[in-house]
Design a protein around this ligand. Sequence first.
Ligand code: CO
Length: 132
Amino acid sequence: MLEKLSHIGIAVKSIEEALTLYRDILGCSLEKIREMPERSLKVAFLDLDGTHIELLEGTGPESAISKFVEKRGGGIHHLCFNVSNIDEALESLSEEGIRLIDRQARTGAEGNPVAFLHPKSTGRVLIELEQD
Ligand code: CO
């Protein structure tokens, strides 16, 4: 079902500060920064030879990322894997008894259909599926 690792989502307090580490010191290339005010979210995409790091910064107290950072001080938030057909993947996971956060795919930060699986069904790892 899974084709490859698309990106690792990392929750940060400040994208500006996190770029000092990921871009300036570790040498990942910054592809773009996207503001998503409707989700109280700012996202930076860094490329590392085809795998991406997605830095997530909450821009309001109601954002799930802000809550995550407040509770845990930031860190790995989710893993995203590519699938070729997200509707089929969600149907088959549901048949296997995997709990889904999104029963239907929605449009993700990069414009592709995405859906999250419930961490209670995945050993506490938040998994995002993205159709490529
Ligand atoms: Co993601």
